[in-house]
Every structure is written in C-alpha cells, then in structure tokens.
Ligand binder design. Structure first.
Ligand code: ACO
Length: 327
C-alpha cells in the first residue's frame, strides 16, 4: 500500500463579533435584500482590534490537534495559508508555532488567497506521501476585515474573518488525500489585489491617502473566472481518478458567493444538495472558507468512512485548485 496523507483532526474558529447585513446598511449604501439576493450572505464574523490572523489560526489549530488525539510536539511541520498575515514577516505559521510551544520543526506561510488551504494541503501531502515527514498541521486563516475598505459597498459586504485547521498524518490504509490539482494565472493578478503596504507601494501618507491599503476587485470578471476555473478543475480531478460526479458524496467549494456555487452546480449537472454551503453565516473567509466548511461537514456526520469528498477553490493570483479526499 502506498503512503497516503490522512486528515486525522479538524478544527475551526470564527471571531465572536457578528456583523449582519442590517449593520452594513448603516455603514454603506446597501440593503440586506441586495446582499442576500446577489451573494447569499446574511452575516459575517469580524476579528476584534486585538485579534490578528495567527490568533484565529492558533485557536483553530488547538481544536484540530485535540481532535486528532495528538500533542503539538508530535507535529513535524506547520503550514499556514493566508494573505492577511499578522506582519509582512515573520510568517504567521512561525507565530502559530510559538503559540503552540513547539520546537525543532519548521513552519511557513503560503500565499494563494482563497485557494490557500488547497495549496497548503497539496504541499503537506507531498511531504507526507514521500515519506519525509509523518505529521503536519495545515491551516487556512484570514482576517479580511483588516484590509477591506469599509466605505466600498462593492467589496465590504462580501468578506468575513476566520480560520480552519487540519492535522494530516501518514497512513498506509485506503483513506486520505487521493490527488490535488493546482493552477494559477498571474496575467489575471489585477482582478483582485491589495496594492499598498508591500514593496510596490510601501506605506506612506500618499499610499494611505489614495486608500491603496485596501482590497481592489473587479467583481463581475472574477465571478465568471471563478465559475469556469472551479468547474474545470473539478472535472480534471474526477477524470484523473476515473470518477464521475455521482461518485462524490459532497462537493466542498470555496464560499465566495451562492450564485457562483449555483452556476457550478448547473454546469456540472450536480444538484445543489451535494454542495456544502455555509456562506450565509460567514461570508467569504478567504483561505479559511474551505477548511471551515470541511470541519462543519464532518461534524454534521454527513460523511462516512470510504466516501469521496472534493474540495475546490479559486482566489486572488488568480489561483485555483481541487483536492480529492477519500474519507
Ligand atoms: N449594495 C447595493 N448595490 C451594490 C452593492 C451593494 N453592496 N455592490 C454593488 N452594487 C451595485 C453596483 O454599484 C451596480 O450598480 P450600477 O448598476 O448602478 O453600476 C449594481 O449593484 C450591480 O453590480 P454588479 O457588480 O453587476 O453586481 P453583481 O451581480 O455582479 O454582484 C458581486 C457583485 C457580488 C461582487 C459579484 O460580482 C461577485 O460575487 N463576484 C465575485 C467576487 C469574489 O468572489 N471575490 C472574491 C474572490 S476570492 C479571494 O481570493 C478573496
């Protein structure tokens, strides 16, 4: 039997503060009806002033480690997928390592926006199935509320904060990550980006005055690319493994917009009941969206041993990807 990476523990964390569509009505020119109708989102969670991405990631990780029945000291590596790190450096993964109190291992971040968790899962899977490392922690965590322009109704209604974590371990059984499929297209970088704060537009009064520290997005174009890329990568993951959509117990897509998921469901001719949807409560939590949805799915007891689930996401970069898992 080849070595597979199996998910042996899951965790998630969302901040306490709830921001509803009605709250947003008081902040920008929008309405609960517009947001619900165009996105499916009702409310989202917002990190406090004291909370940064590594705090969310740490809390989700603690739950995942407990769920796995291991100790932090059993980990060989930590990968955090985020585009809203606490600081430019060090990585949020190193901060999670410090909070967990583990030494003698390695930790690093992956930047692939909303596809980040699937990218991180794929990297962790390569380490584990090659036999180099045995146990790894993979986290998707983002605090988009910190980079959202709260005066821009085109973007501020879409996002929320959160974290999801998974512990992966080498296993010689049948279950685990079967395949991962990753893509990016840098030519589409300007569909979704934060221009300021990096080396292109370092912090300055002019940078802040021009509001370059906030997300810029071409929503309509992003929507179309999201539907196409996610549908194609799902088809590829199925074809690669000789499966059809009927073989998949549940599709767990990135939770950006209900209409994106509905369009994929239509394109693949798979009923919406076979897609996990929780975006009404959290909005788009970027790298946290897929692992939070996965955590909830498993908690709900909908997946049995031997079932196939397919994770899929797209995000800034642009990046997209899928991961086929046999539970
Ligand atoms: N409230 C009320 N009206 C609004 C709002 C709002 N919050 N936002 C936009 N509008 C208006 C627009 O100004 C526009 O008005 P106009 O016709 O007078 O110009 C009108 O509504 C329609 O705007 P559209 O952009 O055409 O609306 P659309 O139906 O495309 O929905 C949305 C916009 C929700 C942003 C959609 O395009 C979308 O979800 N795109 C994908 C975005 C996405 O997923 N981004 C995350 C990527 S993942 C990552 O890496 C983070």
């Amino acid at each position: 039997m080849p070595i597979r990476s199996r998910i042996i523990g899951l965790g998630s964390y969302v901040p306490e503060r709830v921001l509803t569509n009605y709250d947003l009505e008081k902040m920008v020119d929008t309405s609960h009806e517009w947001i619900l109708d165009r996105t499916g989102i009702s409310e989202r969670r917002i990190a406090s002033e004291e909370e940064a991405t590594s705090d969310l990631a740490y809390l989700a990780s603690q739950i995942a480690i407990r769920d796995a029945g291991i100790k932090p000291g059993d980990l060989d590596f930590i990968i955090v997928a985020t585009v809203t790190p606490d600081m430019l450096f060090p990585s949020s993964a190193c901060l999670v390592q410090q909070k967990l109190g583990v030494q003698g291992i390695f930790a690093f971040d992956i930047s692939a926006a909303c596809s980040g968790f699937i990218y991180a899962l794929s990297v962790a899977d390569q380490y584990i199935k090659s036999g180099i490392y045995r146990t790894g922690l993979v986290v998707g965590a983002d605090a988009f509320s910190k980079v959202v322009d709260w005066t821009d109704r085109n973007t501020c209604v879409l996002f929320g904060d959160g974290a999801g974590a998974a512990v992966l371990q080498a296993d010689s059984g049948n279950s685990g990550i079967i395949s991962t499929h990753l893509y990016s297209d840098g030519a589409l970088w300007d569909l979704l980006y934060v221009p300021g704060g990096g080396s292109r537009n370092p912090p300055s009064e002019a940078m802040l005055g021009n509001r370059l520290q906030y997300i810029k997005m071409r929503g309509n174009e992003t929507f179309k690319v999201a539907v196409n890329t996610m549908s194609e990568v799902i088809k590829e993951a199925l074809k690669c493994n000789g499966l059809t959509p009927d073989d998949i117990k549940l599709f767990i897509p990135h939770q950006a917009n209900l209409r994106i998921i509905q369009a994929i469901s239509k394109k693949l001719n798979v009923p919406m009941e076979r897609f996990k949807v929780n975006l009404a409560n959290y909005g788009n939590t970027s790298a946290a969206s897929v692992p939070i949805a996965l955590y909830e799915t498993i908690r709900e007891g909908k997946i049995e041993k031997g079932d196939y689930i397919l994770l899929e996401a797209f995000g800034a970069g642009l990046t997209w990807g899928a991961a086929l898992i046999k539970w």
